[in-house]
Write a protein that binds this ligand. Structure first.
Ligand code: S5P
Length: 238
């Protein structure tokens, strides 16, 4: 059975706040991160983090982010992209400095090591609300995630529907699963270091994804709040 709690909650947030936008706050400084999380919170259904790029990380950042998630009603997605054997990812997810399973609503993983990675993450997250997305397709140029690799992601998602709630993908792959899609920017020519972009309309309407993930397109400009509002509108009305 698919995890209904997660899906109902995300749907509730999307409909209540009228946004299918997940902002990717790829900032490296705690103060800037928290300031933007507070300013952008009203416009997003989710904030995606890369906690391991924050140079002055402390546990207080997690506490503050949790408070903001409650204040603005958004989910937290830690984009750690686990990719190791089950025993190792269990430690990486539950322990270490970041203790991701304690605070993330969503995590993600590559399936390269095989099914054990899912079992390890499931054990790490047992007793917590955290759910898993599989990286089935990537946005970067010439990536190695082939069609048959994506099919293997689909098969594993169908096998663990109580824990796997969807995919990081470029196109809709499977009914009743969430499709969160990066590689979205209103300026499709802005991609650097192999990143490829398409517009929110393309990602949501043509490719059938559910939530757009936008980073630089929002925090990279002069007015991130205005940009977030634009992406929110594009994610809802376009
Ligand atoms: O295929 C992918 C998967 C992910 S999770 N392509 C991506 O770009 N990402 C992540 O989405 C990436 O790590 C970054 O945090 C974000 C995209 O950021 P942007 O600044 O290019 O919008």
């Amino acid at each position: 059975m698919q995890d209904l709690d997660f899906s109902q909650n995300l749907l509730r947030i999307i409909n209540h706040k009228k946004t299918r936008l997940c902002v990717s706050l790829d900032l490296t400084n705690t103060q800037e991160f928290l300031k933007l999380a507070d300013q952008l919170g009203p416009h997003v259904c989710m904030i995606k983090t890369h906690m391991d790029i924050i140079s002055d990380f402390s546990w207080d950042l997690i506490e503050q982010l949790k408070k903001l998630a409650k204040k603005h009603d958004f989910l937290i997605f830690e984009d750690r992209k686990f990719a190791d054997i089950g025993r190792t990812v269990k430690h990486q997810c539950a322990g270490g400095i970041y203790k991701i399973a304690q605070w993330a609503d969503l995590i993600n993983a590559h399936i390269l090591p095989g099914e054990g990675i899912i079992q390890g993450l499931k054990e790490a997250c047992s007793g917590t609300p955290a759910k898993l997305l599989l990286l089935a397709q990537m946005s970067s140029r010439d990536n190695f995630l082939t069609e048959s690799y994506s099919q293997s992601c689909i098969a594993l998602a169908q096998k663990y529907p109580d824990f796997i709630v969807g995919f990081i993908a470029q196109k809709k792959l499977l009914k009743n699963f969430w499709h969160l899609t990066p590689g979205v920017n209103l300026d499709v020519s802005a991609g650097k270091l192999g990143q490829q972009y398409r517009t929110p309309a393309q990602a949501l309407r043509e490719d059938g994804c559910d939530v757009i993930i936008v980073g630089e397109g929002i925090y990279g400009g002069k007015d991130p709040v205005k940009a977030a509002r634009n992406y929110q509108e594009a994610s809802w009305g376009s």
